[in-house]
Design a protein around this ligand. Structure first.
Ligand SMILES: Nc1ncnc2c1ncn2[C@@H]1O[C@H](COP(=O)(O)OP(=O)(O)OP(=O)(O)O)[C@@H](O)[C@H]1O
Ligand SMILES: [Mg+2]
Length: 276
């Protein structure tokens, strides 16, 4: 019996290792699915400013050709540049300003996307949760568009020792859920603040609410009320795992049917020794 003990321990250890790897893979897979589902909105968000840059570029090319022609002619005649040249230059300066805004819009979406699909190994580092929230919001907003108004009330936060990529995924899950809970138009309010030794983040929606009989099950893996192809029922289960197991925090919610739901995530500023 005692001779078998080491074998059993080895099995348990292998099983634990396999389970941990499977969980990591599941988190990764769910993450890619979430980003994939937002892709149409992200493409639209990038496509609009690109369209404006392309059309501005055509105007710029035409204007430069006219400008060159006029300046060449003035030079050949020994005359000063015609007043129209100054007008064209003003137009070009305005177009450059519009292009700059368009480029910044594209860059900002790409930057947020990069924090999600950077391919970085997950690691604990000091980070500002407001910045992580902003990145998740940027992507969720591509999907919310004009349907959902977003309000933010970010408090001042100390840096928190955390896995930024995974927490970004938790916030994205909550934001996507909030958006999906709102049938037509509505509002999502995101708040952050410091309470005792924890950062508390809340995501509130004006959606359908969670019926009382479903409340005990929404964190269970596989529980979904969404049609196949929309929900896998893993978002909250994985979010709970990331918040509680990885960061030693807690996650909960309050809901009123027909009024909306608020999710709270509490992350300790200093992770307990086991976390990570
Ligand atoms: N903000 C919310 N308002 C109302 N119901 C919600 C909200 N968030 C979650 N739920 C309920 O909890 C269920 C489980 O959510 P969870 O995020 O785990 O899975 P899902 O959204 O269905 O699928 P996915 O794996 O794509 O996230 C949802 O199907 C929904 O019924
Ligand atoms: Mg979900």
């Amino acid at each position: 019996m005692s001779a078998q003990e080491p074998d059993l321990k080895a099995y348990v250890s292998i099983l634990e290792q396999t389970l941990a790897t499977a969980k990591e893979q599941l988190i990764e897979a769910h993450h890619m699915i979430s980003v994939g589902m937002l892709l149409a909105g992200i493409v639209h968000e990038i496509n609009t400013p690109i369209g404006s840059i392309v059309s501005n570029n055509e105007v710029t090319a035409r204007s430069l050709a006219i400008l060159k022609e006029q300046l060449d002619k003035a030079q050949a005649d020994g005359a000063p540049p015609p007043p129209k040249a100054a007008k064209i230059l003003d137009t070009l300066i305005n177009l450059a300003a519009v292009d700059k805004i368009a480029c910044e819009r594209i860059m900002s979406v790409i930057r947020s996307l990069k924090t999600f699909v950077g391919g970085k190994t997950h690691e604990f580092r000091k980070a500002n949760l407001n910045e992580i929230l902003q990145n998740s919001l940027k992507l969720a907003r591509c999907e919310f568009r004009h349907r959902i108004e977003v309000e933010t009330e970010f408090g001042e936060l100390p840096e928190v020792e955390c896995d930024a990529q995974k927490l970004g995924q938790v916030f994205l899950n909550l934001l996507v859920n909030a958006g999906q809970a709102i049938p037509e138009k509505g509002k999502v309010t995101v708040r952050s603040g410091l309470e005792d030794d924890s950062v508390v983040i809340s995501v509130a929606d004006t959606g359908t609410g969670v019926p009382p009989e479903q409340r005990s099950r929404i964190f269970a893996p596989g529980f979904t009320t969404k049609p196949a192809g929309v929900g896998t029922g893993l978002g909250l289960a994985l979010s709970k795992e990331i918040v509680e197991e990885t960061h030693g925090g807690s996650i909960g919610f309050e809901s009123e049917v027909g009024q909306g739901t608020t999710f709270f995530v509490r992350i300790p500023v200093s992770p307990p020794p086991k976390a990570g």
